[in-house]
Design a protein around this ligand. Structure first.
Ligand code: BDP
Length: 678
């Protein structure tokens, strides 16, 4: 009887354990799962030994490594083991964060001349082992390509995340600073594991509240948590803060009282957060206040803040500007405004430029400012959150998009990657258990960090690293999932904005197709502004016969861009019968592209279904559900777009393409006031 009871108890325990093991695979651990390495023949890592003076960061590196190794090799360090040395050396000048990993007589040594170098080295070793590589074979010699690799959060103090598709803000503003959620440490750890070393914690559409003492105390609590992980905190600053919260009558950057106010504010910040990174500013853009409200230039505004910050940090000034009363092609305005200011910015100002000249579209040419401001430090701003690529439910691996812009030859001073000194990504994190709203969007956070560390990493390697650590390192799994990821962004381009189309998303929320919208106040808010489709043709003429935005690029580059059919309708207005290089007319090719996008998504669904044996049920199911949503929505995009192009061109769909499921009016009647992220 007693034995039977004991057995029953044991059974309950075992089943509880199994349930909790299954529950643990909810995505919270991101790519840091350290799933056990199967190969018992592997040389096992032994104890982790610190060589050098212990610092909080070095202790984190050691603990991280010890814990990670114990997870990867759960059998414990029995038999012959290899010690891991974390060696802090005084060595040749290396970029902060650089490290090497090599086998030595005493063991495998991670060597660096900075604390963060050791931390990054520790994570790198776990990353390599996590992909199933043998300890003895791991040799790395790495240095980050850029000093500043940062996330920009568009999080508001009320917890809402602008363009956030993963729940509420991860920052628990209300309970800070009294309570710092443990999640803040996990967040910092995840960032450190991929080399991110700066975070802007609030929205570029900033509230001045963030600069009030009450919020500075909250920011300080976060900065203290992030610091040992090598992460500095930055704030988005509202330009009118001296008026909004400072009691001044003006925010004119040349006014001595305004300058004194910012200087005092910077001092207040530095006394709370000694390593405060600096300000990020969106000025005179989309209704935000700025120096032009006082007839001053962007350089006047940026330099005033740069003076307040001094050599303690930087001012990151965004070039994302387009003005209400300006009828110049929106794609040209940032260049027109900023290029003449080259050489006029203080040395601690960084001008932050979005990857393309419009706004984070599925495909854009690179921004012409890259390479055109040689005397100014530039930051490349990428959007990790998928505002224009189907939110969290569409699987789109963004490394190929990021790679495309980083590798673009500016024709002036190398590639885009060569011309920038900072990389920033608009974060996709939120309060959802899996951090990013969908499991595959974790890959975009990961890819961003890896590319900011090394812009030359191929997308394929990044996909493989991520998938191996996040799901399974089985080659059969990787051989299927990596190509699926690599094709996913092009699929979105195909079913949303093929052949250079842009900004045809639903008004405000940017969810779903709405190329027909033509009734918004400002011309450039309307999709019709971007595609200019009518009975005769489609596309935005940005050649010399049109807005001549092409002339903002180096001549050889302009020629190349013009010849690129993937950007045809971005640069040219062409007749529907325009012949493409493959011999088809544009009208024949358009439906083919939409169909191709829809078909790729369907294949992704099939591929994923076949991968069930490699992935825990919970995550497999979640991804499968989203792929079904994506398949429906890809079809919706295709149908709505084709129905509309058909109506403006007055042409029937070419033979061989299925008719849209509904008449155009049905698509036009859809409303989504509750769509997230607005
Ligand atoms: C646009 C977003 C808007 C942002 C803006 C920006 O729709 O929410 O505030 O970019 O980058 O794409 O400032």
């Amino acid at each position: 009887m007693v034995i039977a009871r004991l057995c029953a108890l044991l059974l309950i325990c075992v089943s509880l354990c199994t349930v909790s093991a299954a529950r643990a695979e909810d995505g919270y651990r991101l790519w840091l799962r350290n799933a056990p390495v199967a190969d018992a023949a592997q040389q096992r890592p032994g104890q982790v030994v610190l060589v050098g003076i212990e610092s909080p960061t070095m202790i984190l590196a050691r603990d991280e490594l010890s814990r990670g190794l114990a997870e990867l090799f759960p059998g414990g360090a029995t038999g012959r083991t290899t010690p891991i040395l974390l060696r802090r050396v005084i060595g040749p000048q290396m970029r902060e964060g650089a490290f090497t990993i090599a086998s030595m007589d005493q063991g495998v040594a991670i060597t660096a001349n900075s604390d963060t170098g050791l931390l990054y080295g520790a994570f790198a070793l776990l990353r390599e082992l996590g992909q199933g590589k043998a300890l003895a074979s791991i040799r790395l010699d790495e240095a980050p390509a850029y000093d500043l690799r940062m996330l920009n959060h568009w999080d508001n103090p009320d917890g809402h995340v602008e363009r956030g598709y993963a729940g509420r803000s991860i920052f628990d503003w209300w309970h800070l600073p009294g309570h710092v959620d443990a999640r803040m440490t996990d967040y910092a750890r995840a960032n450190a594991s991929i080399g991110i070393n700066g975070v802007v914690i609030n929205n570029v559409n900033a509230r001045a509240t963030m600069l009030e003492p009450r919020y500075i105390a909250k920011a300080k609590a976060l900065a203290d948590t992030f610091r040992p992980w090598g992460i500095r905190l930055y704030l988005s600053a509202r330009f009118s803060a001296p008026r909004d919260i400072g009691g001044l009558k003006t925010a004119d950057p040349l006014d001595p009282a305004v300058r004194a106010w910012w200087k005092a504010k910077a001092d207040e910040l530095y006394s709370a957060i000694p390593d405060f990174g600096g300000f990020l500013v969106k000025a005179n853009s989309e209704g935000q206040p700025g120096p032009q409200d006082y007839g001053r230039s962007h350089a006047n505004g940026a330099n005033m803040l740069a003076e307040a910050i001094g050599n303690r940090g930087v001012v990151i000034w965004r070039a994302f500007v387009y003005a209400a009363e300006n009828d110049e092609d929106r794609a040209k305005q940032a260049f027109t405004e900023f290029q003449p200011l080259d050489g006029k910015f203080a040395s601690n100002v960084v001008v932050q430029v979005k990857n393309g000249p419009i706004d984070f579209q599925p495909r854009e040419p690179f921004h012409p400012l890259f390479g055109a401001m040689p005397k100014t430090r530039l930051s490349l701003e990428l959007q990790i959150t998928k505002e224009y690529l189907g939110f969290a439910s569409h699987l789109a691996f963004l490394a190929p998009l990021f790679e495309e812009v980083l590798d673009a030859d500016t024709g002036r001073s190398g590639t885009v990657a060569d011309t920038v000194s900072v990389i920033a990504g608009v974060a996709n994190t939120g309060s959802d258990r899996n951090w990013t709203g969908s499991h595959f969007d974790q890959a975009n956070w990961y890819a961003f960090g890896r590319l900011a560390w090394n812009p030359k990493l191929p997308s394929k390697q990044i996909a493989s690293e991520w998938a191996a650590q996040t799901f399974s390192r089985d080659p059969a799994f990787l051989n299927a999932v990596v190509p699926m990821m690599l094709a996913s962004r092009d699929a979105v381009v195909d079913y949303m904005t093929p052949l250079g189309l842009a900004h045809v998303m639903g008004t405000g929320h940017h969810y779903g197709p709405a190329p027909w919208v033509a009734d918004l106040d400002r011309p450039e808010w309307n999709p019709v502004y971007y595609h200019r489709a009518d009975r005769d043709g489609i596309g935005f003429d940005r050649t010399a016969t049109g807005s001549d935005a092409l002339a903002q690029y180096a001549p050889a580059v302009a020629k190349r861009l013009l010849a690129d059919e993937a950007l045809l309708l971005w640069f040219c207005h062409v007749p529907w019968d325009h012949r493409l290089t493959n011999g088809s007319t544009l009208w024949e090719e358009l439906p083919r592209r939409y169909d191709r996008g829809v078909a790729t998504v369907a294949r992704m669904g099939t591929t994923w279904a076949g991968l069930a044996p490699y992935v825990d049920q919970q995550r497999h199911r979640a991804v499968a559900d989203f792929l079904t949503i994506q398949a429906d929505e890809a079809r919706w995009w295709r149908d709505a777009s084709l129905a509309y192009w058909s109506s403006v061109s007055g042409r029937a769909l070419p033979a061989g393409h299925e008719a849209p499921a509904h008449p155009l009016a049905w698509y036009q009647a859809q409303r989504f006031p509750e769509a997230p992220g607005q």
